[in-house]
Ligand binder design. Sequence first.
Ligand code: MGD
Ligand code: MGD
Ligand code: SF4
Ligand code: MO
Length: 680
Amino acid sequence: MIDYRNEKSGVFPSVCSLDCPDQCGLLVHKEDGKIVKIEGDPNHPVTQGNICNKVRHMTHRLYDPKRLEFPMKRVGAKGEGKFERISWEEAIKTIHARWTDLIATEGPESILPYSFYGNMGKLNSEGLDRRFFHRLGASLLDRAICSAAGSTGYRYTMGGSFGTDPEETIDTKLFIFWGVNAVSTNMHQVAIAQKARKKGAKIVVIDVHKNQTGRLADWFIPILPGTDSALALGLMHVLFAENLVNESFLETYTVGHAELREHVKQYDPDTVSTITGVPVEDIYELARMYGTTSPAFIRIGNGMQHHDNGGMIVRTVACLPALTGQWLVHGGGAIKGNGGFLAHNSSQLERPDLLENKQTRVINMNLIGKALLELEKPVRSMFVYNCNPALVTPEANKVREGLLREDLFLVVHDLFLTETAMYADIVLPATSSFENLDFFASYWHHYMQIQEPVIEAYGESKSNTDVFRMLAREFGFEEECLFDSDEELVKQALDFPESTWLEGITYDSLKENKYVKANRKSLMEEKLKTPSGKIELYSQALEKIGLPGLPTYTPLVKDNDHPFLFIPAPNHNFLNSTFSNNEKHISLEKVARIHINQSDALELGIEDGEKVKVWNERGECELVASVGDNVLQGVLVSQGLWADLPGTKNLVNALTPDRVADMGGGATFFSGRVSISKIA
Ligand SMILES: Nc1nc2c(c(=O)[nH]1)N[C@H]1C(S)=C(S)[C@@H](COP(=O)(O)OP(=O)(O)OC[C@H]3O[C@@H](n4cnc5c(=O)[nH]c(N)nc54)[C@H](O)[C@@H]3O)O[C@H]1N2
Ligand SMILES: Nc1nc2c(c(=O)[nH]1)N[C@H]1C(S)=C(S)[C@@H](COP(=O)(O)OP(=O)(O)OC[C@H]3O[C@@H](n4cnc5c(=O)[nH]c(N)nc54)[C@H](O)[C@@H]3O)O[C@H]1N2
Ligand code: SF4
Ligand SMILES: [Mo]
């Protein structure tokens, strides 16, 4: 068997490890042991050789002179960013000593792992780390920062992350991109839609911002933030009223359609128009278009679930395909996420059985600022990996105040000295995904892939799995599973006879075939994982937790009197905060903008291209105004999680609320209110 690392030059298969639904197949070009070029693999059945600009320029990040090469310890004041090189041995021994002390004095729950999906590889994001922290007895982290509200909402309707096979949407006639900036965040769904458009398909985009995706639409529908459930209910009103529903589908595959029919009578287009800002005639037109075009497909984005009512919004939109019976149509239906089909054996990989105290506390990652500052039994140490909370988490000023705590022992494992690492006591260098073995499952298409290491570890950097093996050894833990090799971990995770979808997906088949597809049927051929086994238009489970059983519009929380709703969305050339510190990607993105409606700008005397101050009681930042008609009045949209360099005030999360959404403990990044003004 060849180990690609031993080959000085050549072209080798790889996987994009970034947190992006497309999960492209890659070809990595190597010369003299270094990656010199990354391109798409034309043989990937879905991504077909096209990749985004971000990853095309990945070598600038992999070999950025700022990349961490060795472990360091803090020598200056907290947050000052003064570090000194140390050995791995000293780093691991220091962590072991501090944690042993903490466990003896305050218990293991005083230690908190803090991670997300900076690397989507299963072993490096939810493998040995989970085993190690379970064995340690550390506090548990609720990883609710990304899609928790929407996935939970979708689950109440559809039973889990199961939707349309995106490959089938090549035959779709109507695409609705709803709260998703797909040109930037799911480019291959757009590529499929563009091909379908050549065969007559229409593309509708519903968004609060006419961004690159809105500009590509045949019809762009601007909507006021957090009101999408009202729009969906208005569409249902018209569909029922005009007999555009599929009665036999409703009868056979859903529960609660009679109740829903009554319930949506109150959501007439006049009422809905007042709530959403969408004109009455557009509501009728969209409903009729949706009710008479088949196959019709809705791509449900993450943007519209980053709201106080985000769970209910997604649950409501997810009811639409059932009304028209689109789940029976090839190319019809919806995708919020498709991760359910490729779910691996997570209990075998993560080993929750190693956690002795089943009452161990759980801390929601969205509330980390609060947790660091207010918990009665304090978090005394945090181990951060695959994540950059000082930049990406809401109420960032609170987070930073927490990270500055003198008594907090902070370890950060990353490829770069991130904003979070600046506060660390110990910094550990991480390998990139190209340096490790791992397996990957897309949450949009249906292919599983394997990454075999292509290059040697950079400097002294180590993979996440290696770091947790080292820690387990230092602690003297004896459970063999804490030392399983990466290869063994892949095999254990894929050993999952309970899943028919994973049939044929094994370590060996992945190595041999590179792209192996989930063995799925059409959704209605299987019993859904809802309590009733059907699509739940009415959900008893929701009522039990005190939420309306039927899809319902609830307004956003109004926690202050600032006049604007602020939507700090992602941008095209960064991936969350990844790339925000790499010159090449910054130069492509140019400047941190905030979009404002021209009427609002006129009233405030703000001119296009001018620097403005945006603030609320949580904090402030300074961005460059983009004046026009890309957002409705009363709405401000920024794009990108910009690096927080000295001399800049780009930290948009200084303004975002740390309230949690209606479902799943989700984040409410887009439900904050702010003021904006010229900088005098
Ligand atoms: N280039 C790039 N790609 C990415 C990322 C990135 O940062 N950059 N991040 C990755 C990650 S982790 C994720 S979760 C996904 C996120 O990607 P998406 O699912 O596209 O979600 P967002 O980009 O957060 O928001 C999508 C859109 O929702 C709009 N929006 C906000 N509020 C509302 C609302 O109330 N109603 C409606 N209808 N629209 C609203 C925003 O204007 C935005 O255009 O993308 C992934 N891919
Ligand atoms: N205002 C606002 N805030 C947001 C969002 C928004 O739309 N608006 N989006 C939210 C969403 S959807 C998400 S998913 C979060 C994402 O937020 P994060 O999870 O923080 O994602 P990134 O900013 O990409 O940071 C990932 C980090 O992991 C590191 N990393 C990569 N690979 C490895 C590895 O193998 N090992 C280790 N140890 N480290 C590695 C990278 O270098 C990078 O520093 O941000 C959220 N924050
Ligand atoms: S970030 Fe997304 S589009 Fe870009 S290469 Fe990775 S998976 Fe493909
Ligand atoms: Mo995300």
